[in-house]
Design a protein around this ligand. Structure first.
Ligand SMILES: [Zn+2]
Length: 307
């Protein structure tokens, strides 16, 4: 739960040293007190509904076919293929996860090996059935509600360190507040630091390939996308940047996608994905497909013609 900024004391240099600037809120909205969520103990579903009710745009029912969704008690993986569990259900109100989760599923399944399901309650990470999946995609952020609790956190840590895959999209860099789960900073490689400038104004920018030899980005061409160029990441874990972009605001390079190892597991962290259009960009979809296949320990393979 984001309640207070992290300590401003002595943070090591970030990945590519974004400029130190005054704190900038991602949201123009004042934060609601925790009590506004009915004590915020009702669990992810209620919290998600409340957060979603404040989303800027109405969510079309058609974007949420029931067959895509799992109840947390189910979590049965697909019978075959690379089993990818997208975990969503809470986020900053400007992030329409009800639209972006299906959009992400759609672009991932252009690689027919990837079999994707969506669960709309981050507490599902606590399920013993998590171990049946190959990779987990964090597609949520604990905006004004508690992040998934200790059982979920321990289970996810065990899942990844034991050799499974983890991917993070967009504001999942803030899925847990540092105060509630310090280990998330190591697991994610880099996390949202609200003391930093959040992102360039929403707009078009070019994503450059930082490592054309890496399996995820091998021979991937630079691509244009309409998204937010995040400038807010902090962290110390050793990561390997595979894609980056140059800010139009300060002309510095920022990591867009990077990988790291966590125990025996593989982590792919990509900060693209502000809205459904962001996932529709061919290059972004290709990056997510390849990155998530890589987390599952299978060779990424190009699935779309490059521009
Ligand atoms: Zn965003």
């Amino acid at each position: 739960m984001k309640t207070m900024p992290p300590s401003p004391s002595a943070r090591p240099a970030p990945l590519e040293a974004p400029a130190r600037e005054p704190a900038q809120s991602i949201s123009p909205r004042p934060r609601r007190p925790r009590a506004a969520l009915g004590g915020a103990v009702a669990g992810g579903v209620l919290a998600a509904a409340l957060v979603a009710s404040q989303a800027a745009e109405p969510i079309p029912t058609a974007a949420r076919p029931a067959a895509m969704r799992l109840r947390p008690a189910e979590l049965e993986p697909p019978a075959e293929g690379i089993k990818v569990l997208v975990v969503t259900g809470i986020d900053y109100p400007g992030h329409p996860w009800q639209q972006t989760a299906p959009a992400l599923k759609g672009v991932l399944e252009k690689d027919p090996r990837l079999k994707v399901r969506i669960v709309e309650d981050p507490e599902a990470l606590a399920s013993p059935k998590l171990a049946l999946w190959d990779t987990v995609v964090l597609h949520f952020m604990d905006w004004e509600v508690p992040g998934p609790g200790p059982a979920a956190r321990d289970n996810l840590k065990r899942f990844v360190s034991g050799g499974k895959g983890l991917a993070l999209t967009h504001f999942a860099c803030g899925a847990w507040d540092n105060n509630e789960w310090p280990e998330f900073r190591t697991l994610a490689g880099r996390v949202w630091d609200p003391k930093r400038r959040a992102h360039d104004p929403h707009g078009t920018f070019r994503v450059d390939i930082a490592d054309r030899a890496h399996p995820i980005t091998r021979d991937l061409e630079p691509f244009e996308t309409l998204d937010e160029l995040y400038t807010c990441l902090a962290g110390e874990a050793p990561v390997h940047v595979v894609a980056k972009a140059t800010s139009k605001v300060d002309r510095r390079d920022y990591p867009i996608a990077f990988v790291l190892r966590y125990g025996q597991g593989r982590v792919f962290h990509c900060v693209l994905g502000h809205d459904a259009r962001a996932y529709a960009a061919p290059g972004a979809g290709e990056l997510f497909r390849r990155g998530i296949a890589w987390t599952a320990g299978v060779p990424p393979k190009p699935t779309a013609a490059q521009p």
